[in-house]
Design a protein around this ligand. Sequence first.
Ligand SMILES: Cc1cc2nc3c(=O)[nH]c(=O)nc-3n(C[C@H](O)[C@H](O)[C@H](O)COP(=O)(O)OP(=O)(O)OC[C@H]3O[C@@H](n4cnc5c(N)ncnc54)[C@H](O)[C@@H]3O)c2cc1C
Length: 404
Amino acid sequence: MPDLPVLVVGGGVGGLAAALTLARKGLAVRVFEQGAEFKEIGAGIQLGPNVFRMFDLLGLTEAIKQVAFYPHNLVMMDAVTGEEVIRLPVGGAAFRERFTYPYGVIHRGDLHTVMLEACRKEPGITLSVNAKGMRYEDHGHKVTLHLEGGEAVGGAALIGADGLWSTVRAQLLKDGKPRVSGHIAYRAVLPRAEVPADLWQDNVVLWAGPKTHLVHYPLRRGELYNLVAVFHSDKYEEGWDVFGDTDELNRKFAGERPEVQRLLEKIDVWKMWVLCDREPVRGWSKGRVALLGDAAHPMLQYLAQGANMAIEDAVVLAAYLELSGWDFARAFAWYEQARYLRTARVQVTARYYGDIYHASGVVREVRNWFLRPDAPPDPKAKPTFSGVAWLYDGIRVPTVPPDR
Ligand SMILES: Cc1cc2nc3c(=O)[nH]c(=O)nc-3n(C[C@H](O)[C@H](O)[C@H](O)COP(=O)(O)OP(=O)(O)OC[C@H]3O[C@@H](n4cnc5c(N)ncnc54)[C@H](O)[C@@H]3O)c2cc1C
């Protein structure tokens, strides 16, 4: 076992998952978060059965269950005509039988709290706030992390879990800024009492409109309603955690179904995100340094899998580290090799999904035509879920080194 702790830059979902998985293997871990506290923004996050498998391994399933909501269906509606385009019964027995684990949705703050509490129970984990990682040195036998303010911390290895604008990635890959997609997301959460009864659904619903979409679903055992409105705009370059312009939003969704308009009207204050991603690449591990989560493979949110992927990353990385006999450089190379194609597939597919959701004109009609079942579904036939199996079947956690 290494004498020095593993250093994790970033205390988001990915960083905490990494800390937890490594501490469970018996390693000392230090997590450095630039913010004044460990916290997540108030919005929802979808959890596929692939990440519930990871929660099981981490012993988090019970805690997640207390705060999650389990939708009955994923439904795509045409925001112009109001027709249902496609429905995936993720809450039914067939889904559970096929994937073993459920499909859930959770408040990001709740997910983060569950992970943070689990980290706090691990004596091997030290959590630091107001600790911004600025640069690192890989000395071959150990690493040094330099924090803002001048402190230098020694470690056995460094994991860059510092998100989309990762400074660790900037030093490791030197590949410039993320790609600004031209898509903007406005997010808000409503208490249940403020949602008109006829607009409440126990489903994840996506209203697909021309260059827009609106997603809504319940959160926190059904006490809250999560809204995400996305539209195209080249007005913004980059930004994070700023307030949205309600007039602009209303203009973008003008002409769409009354259900959409009525839900948008319920929100006075939106938080805005300029959505970015990157081309998938390799090379996100080198020597004793590895990237994880959005730092490694930032993706658009159209498959709702960024956080899911970060947690899968953490489990694979820790498994390989143990299998390598704590040989960091070797384990990090195995980890990247095991993860790059799956995460790249999610990055690339997410972009396609964005195009499909935002189709307009005849393309929109073609979309509805090819997604619609040929015949009314036979109520006795079991859904196969073949389109999502590659994702929701999840990963095999390594039990032997890849070269054996
Ligand atoms: C609109 C939207 C909807 C989404 N919906 C889903 C969904 O339904 N399901 C899903 O799985 N994913 C979803 N995602 C993606 C998900 O939010 C991200 O993939 C996930 O948060 C990535 O986790 P992370 O820990 O890698 O990075 P982050 O969550 O970005 O965490 C990085 C952390 O590092 C800290 N940090 C940054 N730089 C430094 C530094 N230099 N030093 C120290 N600390 C630093 C930050 O303060 C932050 O706490 C969505 C994203 C968006 C924008």
